[in-house]
Design a protein around this ligand. Structure first.
Ligand code: ADP
Length: 217
């Protein structure tokens, strides 16, 4: 049976984005990434994009009210209502999680997964991360690639994200520990949390994720 309502938490660089894309194909549900939504607002220079772009480049967090508004609107669309969704990058604060619990009262989340990768490992991964500007596919740089290079999936430009500098990465990881790690307790206390080891071959991590989802749906 396709369809599921999932939240994937985890440090930046834990491989969340790539695994979420795979999960969304596997369970045939939309992948809702607040980071992707904000980056597209930045590209289109919408009023939200102009404000969010500066915050993102500094490694900060966009305010809860704005984020909750964006997600509430997205979850009300027919695809998410009928099939479910994978939320990637939201919630990021306990305030966002509380608002989400209100929004999903009638159709609750099946499982919240913490994709667990230690901080030392993610710092290395993020510095070699490259992303397609158009379709969001993630790549790993070997260190001497052309910039930009061309995306295998859509032909777009693959570059390093503006917020993947060492300073912004460290700020984001600090924010993760202070703002997002408390969500693990929040969802653990509600019996909704599953911790999945995110270290290892991506195929093995994917299998661990699908096993957890199958067991909770
Ligand atoms: P990462 O790949 O670093 O986990 P994302 O792609 O999810 O990051 O998000 C990039 C940036 O967008 C964040 O660093 C933050 O500035 C902003 N952002 C995304 N989602 C949220 C959210 N739920 N609340 C606040 N800010 C957010």
């Amino acid at each position: 049976m396709p369809g599921a309502r999932l939240i994937i938490l985890g440090r930046q660089g834990a491989g969340k984005g790539t695994q979420c894309v795979r999960l969304s194909r596997h369970f045939v549900v939309p992948h809702i990434s607040t980071g992707d939504m904000l980056r597209s607002a930045v590209r289109e220079r919408t009023p939200l994009g102009i404000v969010a772009g500066e915050i993102m480049d500094a490694g900060g967090l966009v305010d809860d009210e704005t984020m909750v508004g964006i997600v509430k609107e997205r979850l009300a669309k027919p695809d998410a209502m009928s099939r479910g969704y994978i939320l990637d990058g939201f919630p990021r604060t306990v305030g966002q999680a509380e608002a989400l619990a209100g929004i999903t009262e009638d159709l609750p989340i099946h499982v919240v997964i913490d994709l667990d990768v230690p901080r030392e490992i993610v710092v290395d991964r993020i510095s070699s991360r490259r992303v397609c500007q158009d379709c969001g596919t993630n790549y790993t740089s070997s260190g001497d690639d052309p910039s930009p290079w061309i995306c295998d999936v859509c032909g777009g430009d693959v570059t390093q994200r503006g917020d993947d500098t060492p300073e912004a990465v460290n700020r984001r990881l600090d924010l993760y520990e202070s703002q997002t790690a408390p969500l693990i307790e929040f969802y653990g206390g509600r019996g909704q949390l599953a911790v999945v080891n995110g270290v290892g071959h991506p195929d093995h991590v994917f299998k661990r994720l699908t096993d957890v989802v199958e067991s909770r749906r």
